[in-house]
Design a protein around this ligand. Sequence first.
Ligand SMILES: Cc1cc2nc3c(=O)[nH]c(=O)nc-3n(C[C@H](O)[C@H](O)[C@H](O)COP(=O)(O)O)c2cc1C
Length: 434
Amino acid sequence: MTTATDPRVLQTLDGKPWDIDAYVRIGGYEAWTKCVNELSATDIVNELKRAGLRGRGGAGFPTGIKWEKILNHRIKEHYFVCNAGEHEPGTFKDRYMLQHAPHQLIEGCLIAAYTVQAKEAFIYLNHEYQEERESLKKALAQAKARGFLGKNAMGSGMDLDLQIFDGYGSYVAGEETAMLESIQGRPAMPRQKPPFYPTDFGLYGNPTLVNNVETLCNIPRIFQKGAAWFTQVGTEKCPGTMMFSLSGAINKPGVYERPMGTTIRELIKTCGGGVPGGRKIKAVFPGGPAFPMVTPDQLDLMMDFDSLKKAGTGLGSAGMIVVDDATCMVAKTLHFSSFFRDESCGQCPSCRMGTINLTALLTKIEQGEGTQKDMDSLLQLCGFVKGTGYCTLVTGAAVLVQSSMKLFRHEFDEHIRLQRCPYQPAAATAVAAQ
Ligand SMILES: Cc1cc2nc3c(=O)[nH]c(=O)nc-3n(C[C@H](O)[C@H](O)[C@H](O)COP(=O)(O)O)c2cc1C
């Protein structure tokens, strides 16, 4: 991991990440103390709005506005959940924060839960993150021993406990309404919308604040150093930094904190050290496989919510995947399509059948058995399923196929003309699509 010149999120600790003394030495828990002793909930929300922080879990929703909605809700029983469900291919930044900054996350959670006066507060943790769970448990015990949480935490008058909830272990479980279902003891399946947001109808039907790990890790420093400091980096509408996960055809995969608006080129070249073996870039998924790819002529695009949306794609949770020119795009598309198929919770017929059929058609083409009619069926199916379902999983699966067929149609055509994958030796056309 390389940090930004002036990081907003990740701070270097002189000690173990879960060691509270190391965190306190760099000003840890100062923000929490300040919030309890000096600021009202409205002051906290206003400062957050001034900072312009936007959610880092994918949608980029303004955090201050979300907190305000709960604070002002006519129903007064509120809940708070930190979303640490992280399960998307190519995104591993929340895991990095859990490993390296558990106290910072705890402090962010405490400020959030306190501001919205949460009756109960949870960290919904990816079920595979067992090491992170242990270090989080140690950090929580230390913070409790210091009185930062627990009964009448910091003299706040609130009994504030953060419960680690072992996640359901699926991609869909990270979708906020599925996550809430899971906490309520039901299968992690997204809820029917409307109501659209947990701010209105969340845990047990009550207003619930859901924020991503990285979003929450931004909170302590905003209150320690002020909104004006926070907005000094990033773009006007997307201030601060982002933890970019870099993977795929890259020399130095990893998590890099860089200002919002950093170009794709800089991330690949300066942070990631370019593409291995001097190969050329064929495509980049700037925001994971559920958003359209960009091509090498678009490397100067800025990585922030608005710039990427304007360019017809999206930042998502900034899981950037680089694809080099030795890669078969049909195989790559099939790989991610299989992920969507396997991760569909099966609740919505369009998603269950759509992801199965998209993957089956792609498999046929990749294995050299496809026809032009299959290509038409693929595009038709994308049109049918896009925008359906209680969550965006099937839309992501359709966007992936549409983007690949739009940009790399010639590769699909070549599979059909040759009746094999051009990237495989002629004899080895059988490709497993597990
Ligand atoms: C299929 C799916 C999976 C998601 N997975 C995650 C996840 O693992 N972590 C996360 O924070 N948000 C995830 N989200 C977004 C959440 O629903 C929600 O928008 C987010 O947690 C809100 O936090 P933020 O405002 O801090 O970004 C997912 C959304 C969808 C549709």
